[in-house]
Design a protein around this ligand. Structure first.
Ligand SMILES: Nc1ncnc2c1ncn2[C@@H]1O[C@H](COP(=O)(O)OP(=O)(O)O)[C@@H](O)[C@H]1O
Ligand SMILES: [Mg+2]
Length: 243
């Protein structure tokens, strides 16, 4: 299955969710590949302590082959990472037309499936309403929009979700960093919001100090399999039919 994670604002938790979900699925013996497509704010590699030479940028510039940008952080897990270094423009700027960009990403997807037997591909996308995020939404089976309850975020998520739906993406909403106090009021707000958008509510994850304390230097799922955050990651995997 192909899954992408998006958001309107940055910092909603996409990269941590993608990394932990990928690791969880790999621990469950799935073959997983995570692709960092957040060119303007890349960071997936930090969570995996990954050192890399070539990245998605070099592939997009036709400077190397797909086999040279795939990294396997742990010998005993079928978890593959395609990192990216930071770039000042959108992913689509490497191509003359959107269909060329689409073709290149499809080739990459086919390559990881064929050469590594990958079952699940997770795309960590750039925040905001931008061309690359829209492009990837249309390449995947499920697009997850991650939001907090911050008003800027909520309003942007409303716009982003409507655009994604118009484009024909299979959209799910996921709330993150939910304050643990006033749970009923917040649950009501979230339910009302997803109802208004007529969009599937995949879940809501509380603000978890164990996640915050990792400072994206590691994956919380490696040390705290039973934390509230990890339980939500498991629930998401199950709801999406990944597990
Ligand atoms: N549920 C959570 N509880 C507490 N901190 C979180 C949670 N989710 C993410 N964070 C923290 O928020 C920051 C931004 O997360 P990140 O995954 O990089 O967001 P994004 O990729 O959307 O920009 C990180 O420091 C991360 O540890
Ligand atoms: Mg990120």
């Amino acid at each position: 299955m192909r899954i992408s994670l998006h958001s309107y604002k940055g910092g909603t938790g996409k990269t941590n969710i993608t990394g932990n979900l990928g690791k969880y699925l790999a621990k469950k013996k799935h073959k997983v590949c995570i692709i960092d497509t957040d060119l303007n704010g890349s960071g997936l590699h930090s969570l995996f302590n990954l050192k890399f030479n070539n990245s998605l940028i070099e592939l997009l510039q036709n400077e190397c082959d797909a086999s040279e940008i795939i990294y396997k952080p742990e010998d005993d897990l079928d978890l593959y990472i395609i990192p990216t270094r930071v770039w000042e423009e959108d992913l689509t700027s490497f191509f003359k037309t959107p269909s060329e960009a689409r073709e290149k990403l499809n080739q990459l997807i086919e390559f990881v499936k064929r050469e590594y037997g990958i079952e699940h591909i997770l795309f960590d996308c750039s925040p905001g309403i931008n061309k690359s995020s829209m492009l990837i939404m249309n390449l995947v089976d499920n697009a997850i929009i991650v939001s907090t309850i911050d008003r800027q975020d909520i309003r942007g998520t409303y716009l982003l979700t409507n655009i994604a739906k118009k484009l024909g993406a299979n959209v799910h909403l996921l709330f993150n960093k939910i304050p643990p106090d006033k749970p009923e009021k917040i649950t009501e707000l979230i339910l009302e919001f997803s109802k208004k958008l007529n969009t599937d509510l995949l879940g809501s994850i509380e603000f978890d100090t164990k996640v915050a304390e990792t400072w994206s230097r590691r994956l919380v799922i490696d040390s705290n399999l039973d934390c509230g955050y990890c339980n939500q990651i498991r629930a998401i995997a199950s709801d999406l039919g990944l597990d």
